[in-house]
Design a protein around this ligand. Structure first.
Ligand code: ZN
Length: 51
């Protein structure tokens, strides 16, 4: 799956994606940019929803 990387300034593949919940009890996918290792987030989604 892909997410926007603020460091690369483009969409990048996400390494090690995992489901978590925010403090507000919203789903969030957290992972790392495959290109530079910066943390990537997809707020409001679960891995299952991303297919
Ligand atoms: Zn990056």
């Amino acid at each position: 799956m892909q997410a926007y990387c603020v460091k690369c300034r483009t969409q990048r593949d996400m390494n090690d994606p995992r489901d978590e919940m925010t403090k507000n009890n919203r789903p969030i996918i957290k992972g790392k940019c495959a290109n530079c290792g910066t943390g990537l987030n997809i707020i409001g989604k679960t891995i299952a929803q991303m297919g």
